[in-house]
Design a protein around this ligand. Structure first.
Ligand code: B12
Length: 211
């Protein structure tokens, strides 16, 4: 079923993809497996875009399909919600980047695991993160980015937090498909999350809650 979902997604058969996602979820499937199938499909669409076999409309269509499927996955994740709020986390897609599907998955997973999430949206300038740390007193900042240029924005954000004298008060994690240990080191973040579940585990280590 997962393979059929990947195939329908790549072929831009929105209704069929949505139907298969619902069937997997109704059959008791893990919501993160549905997300995983969509990620595999998006990777293929991304590669097609890179080599000129798909164009911006296909990229946009893929984004819309992912959003539609996220909307049916989300309530299943929220079904696992815990009552207590463990701590505050500021999250946003860094300046110059508007990709937010992965960030939104991280937001609803963190929320469903009991964190208070302050979502600053996309294309967030470094100063906005600094301001929000001051206003909220949050101890964790999560930066998302999908573009190569996001690496510089992540570094600029970490630098701005340090420049404001707040670096010792917060733990910073970064994530997004192209992020790895090298990017973490370049940006000066404390950790990088391979996926949203890893991000939740990092937050639990830093703020408490069982990882
Ligand atoms: C959908 C999409 C779009 C949509 C975005 C819609 C939206 N609302 O987000 C639209 C059409 C708007 C778009 C626009 C563009 N895109 Co685009 N897009 C994609 C695509 C196909 C999928 C991205 C996606 O949503 N993946 C699925 C999610 C679930 O995965 P994810 O984001 O990695 O998130 C997971 C983890 O990484 C993690 N995670 C994410 N964030 C965080 C944060 C933390 C803290 C943690 C712990 C974890 C975490 O959790 C998630 C779940 O586990 C990718 C290809 C790809 N495979 O990545 C290209 C891609 C990212 N886009 C690309 C490009 C070039 C563009 C454009 C420049 C195109 C153009 N010419 O205009 C613009 C950029 C606009 C901008 N300024 O940002 C390139 C980037 C190349 C590069 N090296 O920079 C890619 C790689 C395609 C390609 N292969 O060429 N895009």
């Amino acid at each position: 079923m997962k393979d059929r979902l990947v195939e329908a997604f790549v072929n831009m058969e929105e209704e069929e993809a949505l139907r298969l996602a619902n069937e997997m979820l109704d059959g008791g499937g893990d919501p993160m497996e549905v997300v995983g199938a969509c990620k595999d499909a998006l990777e293929t669409v991304g590669k097609q875009f890179e080599c000129g076999e798909a164009f911006l409309p296909e990229l946009m269509m893929a984004g819309e399909m992912m959003e539609a499927i996220s909307a049916v996955v989300k309530p299943r994740l929220q079904g696992r919600a815990e009552a207590a709020r463990i701590g505050k986390i500021i999250i946003g897609t860094v300046a110059g980047d508007v990709h937010d599907i992965g960030k939104n998955i991280a937001v609803f997973l963190l929320d469903s695991q009991g964190f208070e999430v302050i979502d600053l949206g996309v294309d967030v300038p470094p100063a906005r993160f600094v301001e929000t740390i001051r206003e909220s007193g949050a101890k964790v900042v999560a930066l998302s980015g999908l573009l190569t240029l996001a690496f510089d924005s992540m570094k600029a954000t970490v630098d701005a937090i340090a420049g404001a004298g707040l670096r010792d008060q917060v733990k910073i994690m970064i994530g997004g498909a192209p992020v790895n240990e090298q990017v973490r080191s370049y940006a000066g973040a404390d950790a990088w999350g391979r996926d949203a579940v890893h991000g939740v585990n990092l937050a639990k280590q830093w703020l408490g809650g069982v990882a």
